[in-house]
Design a protein around this ligand. Structure first.
Ligand code: DGJ
Length: 732
């Protein structure tokens, strides 16, 4: 039996969750309020020195019925707060009672401890393969008047500096209440001068790294687009001013959710910081009748004393082992050719076959047929919802074409956009009501398309039925699951008036039901998530799909930033990256083929250009790129990834991969714009064994691990923009 990671000190009423890396400590205070004490580096033994000081705080509410002015409910760090209880900071939960009052006062009731990580019905969440790897503490808070119970769940994992949290609200009373906000977690910090790091962006410009000092008042990072969105990834890090990639304290937070999310950061009147994270309360109101419950998504909290690479390392390993379900997470991913940028909608079987053959000759392993193969879709105006082959493009059917691809010795992948419907479609003719819309209002198109009312089971059944017909052919090895618009016209046709505030979340629950049904039945198929690129790059999707198409921007220079930002949380084996044509289709930039390859090979490599138009020199190069990647693929997809130089801060970018046994390493360095009077720069590697000697596989020079990490090497100078270099080292 392994040691207990969760203890409760009955005498002092202190809960302590500790493993070899972290401690998370909180206590039951006067008035049965659950007070937060500490989250950070492991503490060997907590002796009570963080008892929150008592002082009379002006304008603060005190405990009901008490004369004691020093118990300030407005400043006490808490585990979870609710509106109307005399804490004027932004609350984690807002409850509307049957009498219309926004009131609740959450006090400690009981706790239980369970081994492992209990399953969450209907929602993706972390899991363990072995019960001994994690322990879960469930602390129940109650509101004595409404008889609502809030189960705060905390799971600590033996191997990681990670705690995951979520909340389940149960109505144990006789009144109906409305939950207008239920965050998955709250965390209050005292005495920290934090800066926040978030990942805002846009379509074709995802995951920018933005760092800001916290100011007094409330900062909000959120999405109200129905999806996690490229505009704001559901992630935040809180770091000290001096924290960098390699050193300093850093806390990372991510929500395992693919819909509207909200992160609130509030610096209060005495510089304390509150973080709330969960489903966005925008247009959210959940009716909770007696005996019913609502489960929030899971929030992941990571601590590092080794800077941002530290939190990334923990996220990467944890996601690979405890979030992604697909067995493909441990399998080297096929190098694919995708026809989107090669042909867009303009293709047929005859035109595609030479592309397939050329891809095969170059060593590629999978052909992915993108948008435009179904219904009568020749542009973005039609056919979403009709997942039957376009006979004009494939006279002998889709399966026949898939077999031709297989005969070439290549795998076959297929694009779907299952959550959508076009006006011009058979599905719309048959079921116009499946299109999500508000009665009496014209719904808004976006990319000429509309969203299906996925909260409804019959709508999901229709989608599953259609997709099932194709996947059951046994000829599909890979699916790209796309989603190219955000949600408007929020209304679920089969819900009563007082439940329309549930529609956003019910859409996501419907999506998860779809994903669970399809991905569990077809667990031999590799799924890649996409939402016009990385518009839904989140851990909810990662649970079902081990890969994500990172961005519709395939320009290698733009991708340096996008992939660098994405890697803050997501492992490189999730990051789909393709070599495309130059000048680039999105930016018009001319980038050397070598550099395009170096950037794309730093993720899950693919190609997305018309291979039949390559010059013989380009063909030769790509052939050797592919054979090279096959040799290095394991190291890239399953090694440890460290960021070295940020393209957000400098004219350069650099990162390296190190195998788990530290015997192999690959370092990439890029110079973005050339300079007439160049400044000499060095790249220092990270994560090697300082005591090993490494041989440069190109040239045979030997370097100590300490030399490569502490002295580094000079970057090459070139009279050219956008140059990159890769060096491969093996321990001798
Ligand atoms: C958006 C995706 O990101 C692209 O790769 C492509 O699949 C298009 N959709 C097709 O419509």
């Amino acid at each position: 039996m392994k040691t207990d990671m969760i203890t409760f000190d009955e005498k002092n009423q202190v809960f302590n969750l500790s493993n070899n890396y972290i401690s998370y400590i909180f206590s039951v205070e006067e008035g049965k309020i659950l007070a937060h004490l500490y989250f950070g580096k492991k503490i060997r033994n907590y002796h009570g020195n963080l008892q929150y000081p008592r002082i009379s705080r002006s304008f603060s509410a005190n405990l009901p019925g008490s004369e004691d002015k020093t118990f300030s409910r407005d400043t006490l760090p808490k585990e979870y707060s609710s509106a109307g209880e005399g804490d004027f900071r932004t609350p984690a939960a807002v409850v509307k009672n049957e009498n219309g009052a926004y009131a609740s006062f959450l006090t400690y009731k009981t706790y239980q401890k369970v081994n492992g990580r209990p399953k969450m019905k209907g929602l993706p969440a972390s899991f363990v393969n072995n019960e001994e790897d994690a322990q879960t503490l469930i602390v129940t808070l109650e509101d004595k008047v409404s008889k609502l119970e809030f189960d705060l769940s905390y799971t600590i994992f033996r191997k990681y500096p990670i705690i995951v949290r979520s909340v389940k609200v149960r109505n144990m009373g006789t009144d109906t209440v409305f939950l207008n906000k239920v965050s998955s977690m709250q965390l209050d910090f005292v005495g920290k001068k934090f800066e926040s790091i978030t990942l805002p962006g846009a379509h074709m410009n995802e995951c920018n790294i933005e760092r800001n000092p916290l100011h007094h008042g409330l900062a909000v990072c959120s999405s109200n687009r129905g999806v996690s969105s490229p505009q704001m990834n559901p992630f935040v890090a809180l770091v000290d001013k001096d924290t960098n990639e390699f050193s300093g304290e850093a806390y990372g937070f991510s929500l395992v959710y693919s819909g509207n999310h909200k992160i609130e950061l509030e610096k209060d009147q005495i510089n304390q910081v509150r973080l709330n994270m969960g489903i966005n309360d925008y247009n959210f109101s959940w009716k909770l009748v007696p005996e019913e419950s609502l489960q929030t998504p899971e929030a992941i909290m990571v601590y590092s004393k080794n800077g941002l690479n530290g939190i990334s390392q923990s996220f990467h390993h944890f996601i690979d082992e405890n979030i992604i379900r697909s067995k493909f997470k441990n399998i080297e991913r096929p190098i694919l050719i995708n026809n989107w940028e090669a042909t867009y909608f303009d293709f047929n079987e005859e035109k595609l076959l030479p592309l397939v053959k050329k891809a095969k000759d170059l060593g590629m392993e999978m052909f992915v047929l993108d948008d435009g193969w179904f219904g009568h879709r020749n542009n973005s105006r039609s056919s979403l919802g009709d997942w039957t082959v376009n006979r004009e493009k494939f006279p002998q059917g889709l399966i026949h074409f898939a077999k031709l691809v297989h005969e070439q010795g290549m795998k076959f992948g297929l694009w779907f956009e299952p959550e959508m419907i076009s006006h011009d479609s058979e599905l719309y003719k048959k079921h116009p009501d499946y299109l999500m819309h508000v009665p009496g209002r014209m719904p808004s198109p976006s990319r000429h398309q509309y969203v299906l009312d996925l909260g409804r089971k019959e709508v999901r059944d229709e989608v599953v039925g259609q997709i099932d017909k194709i996947l059951s052919s046994g000829q599909i090895d890979y699916v790209k699951w796309d989603m190219n618009r955000h949600l408007t016209d929020i209304y679920q046709a089969d819900l009563p008036i007082d439940k329309q505030g549930e529609v956003y979340h019910r859409y996501v629950l419907g999506l998860y039901d779809l994903l669970a049904r399809i991905t569990s039945k077809y667990d031999n198929i590799l799924f890649e998530s996409c939402s016009s690129g990385g518009g839904r790059f989140d851990l909810g999707m990662a649970y079902y799909m081990p890969q994500t198409w990172t961005s519709d921007n395939t320009d290698a220079v733009a991708r340096m930033k996008i992939q660098y930002g994405t890697s803050l949380i997501y492992p490189t084996n999730m990051i789909g990256a393709h070599v495309s044509v130059s000048p680039n289709e999105q930016t018009g930039r001319l980038v050397p083929l070598d550099t395009r390859y170096l950037v794309a090979m730093s993720g899950v490599l693919g190609y997305e250009l018309d291979l039949t138009k390559l010059t013989s020199l380009e063909s030769e190069k790509i052939k050797s790129q592919i054979s090279n990647y096959k040799k290095l693929r394991k190291l890239i997809q399953f090694g440890d990834f460290y960021r070295l130089k940020s393209p957000f801060d400098t004219n350069q970018a650099a990162w390296n991969f190190v195998s788990k046994d530290q015997k192999e390493a690959l370092v990439f360095s890029f110079n973005i714009l050339s300079q007439a009077q160049p400044v000499f720069t060095k790249t220092k590697m990270y994560g090697l064994n300082p005591n090993f000697d490494y041989e440069d596989q190109n040239g045979g020079e030997i370097f100590g691990g300490d030399e490569l990490m502490d002295m580094g090497f000079y970057d090459e100078i070139a009279k050219q923009d956008f140059v990159g270099k890769m060096r491969y080292f093996k321990a001798i």
